[in-house]
Design a protein around this ligand. Structure first.
Ligand code: MTE
Ligand code: MO
Length: 319
């Protein structure tokens, strides 16, 4: 069996290795059956040369790792607006109704307005992306997202040339997000990207996962997914998109600037002040006695697509 270079061979067993090729599954008529995806028969599709060269499947969509079972991705969450525990959001967000939903577009942009979500994202090319997801707490998953590349939306909104950053805001509504009654963070949750990061092919807006609409606990009806950065950048339940010329103050940096930066690129060489970032725990994966954790990769394994964005920057200083 031949492995793609992004298969870190030492860290996964033969049984775990499965180069997922969505087009193959599609052609085989298997895409609709969630069980097949979650189960991910490792023998179904070895990374043969033929498969690796397939034209229909973008290289970032070919992962040599098992997709995390849906039950873990939807029940082990961080969503502080609902709960501070991992199992809280799935238990407490059930009554949240994400319809109708509007998004306020403002700042340095040609088309500021409050948009109905459907109208906002109309015409944005829909696709599925299978991405590694690495939380700053050193756990990770592999998730099949449904949605569209963020650049489609940004091009549609036409930011002014002075716009250098884009900021996102989560809904603030303590009646619907009960943990907002507590001063956990200065609500609403905020995040941001530099414009060239936001325009990168990998930056994604998810409206679904596992072929279904986004569950409430995962950030319904629309969230950001930035796979080369720590999970806290992937802001949920977005109600505002603001184009600015100044670096936005993201919530986690605001709360603990010595622990969380603006860039937050996954970097195994820069430890969190309170724990190592060199390795991670893959949620739902069988940990072997000898290798209970897997190595964390620079940029979460997406360096070939994004490292150029940070050329000349000291990634220890701008963490
Ligand atoms: N609005 C909001 N977005 C958020 C968070 C949050 O608490 N509130 N948590 C972040 C963190 S720390 C992580 S790891 C991911 C978790 O996403 P998941 O629950 O879908 O795995 O969401 C991010 N987005
Ligand atoms: Mo996180």
């Amino acid at each position: 069996m031949k492995f793609r270079p992004d298969c870190h061979q030492n860290e996964v067993t033969d049984e775990q290795i499965a180069c997922h090729r969505r087009s193959f599954l599609k052609n085989a008529g298997l895409l609709a059956t969630g069980g097949v995806l979650a189960g991910c028969d490792s023998r179904a599709q070895p990374a043969s040369d033929k498969a690796a060269k397939g034209a229909e499947c973008a290289p970032y969509n070919v992962l040599c790792e098992d997709i995390t079972a849906e039950k873990y991705a939807t029940s082990y969450n961080n969503f502080y607006e609902f709960s501070l525990t991992k199992d809280g959001p799935s238990r407490l967000a059930g009554d949240f109704n994400p319809h109708p939903w509007t998004v306020r577009v403002e700042g340095l942009v040609e088309s500021p307005a409050v948009y109905d979500l459907e109208k906002l994202i109309a015409g944005c090319h829909q696709e599925e992306r299978i991405y590694r997801f690495r939380c700053v707490e050193a756990w990770s998953m592999v998730i099949p997202w449904n949605g569209f590349a963020l650049h489609h939306l940004i091009k549609k909104l036409r930011p002014l040339s002075a716009a250098r950053f884009v900021e996102f805001e989560t809904l603030y509504d303590p009646k619907r997000m009960p943990n907002q009654n507590r001063q956990v963070i200065p609500w609403p949750y905020r995040e941001g990207l530099r414009m060239d990061e936001a325009m990168n092919e990998l930056a994604f807006m998810a409206t679904g996962m596992y072929g279904k609409p986004l569950p409430n606990q995962n950030g319904a009806p629309i969230r950001l997914v930035v796979p080369w950065k720590y999970g806290f950048k992937s802001i949920k339940s977005i109600v505002a998109i603001r184009f600015t010329d100044k670096q936005p103050l993201n919530s986690w940096h605001q709360i603990a600037p010595q622990e969380y930066g603006f860039y937050a690129n996954v970097n195994p060489e820069v430890d969190h002040p309170r724990w190592s970032q060199a390795s991670e725990r893959r949620i739902g994966a069988k940990a072997s006695l000898f290798n209970p954790r897997i190595k964390t990769l620079p940029f979460n394994g997406y360096g070939e697509y994004v490292a150029h964005l940070y050329k000349g920057m000291d990634l220890r200083k701008f963490f």
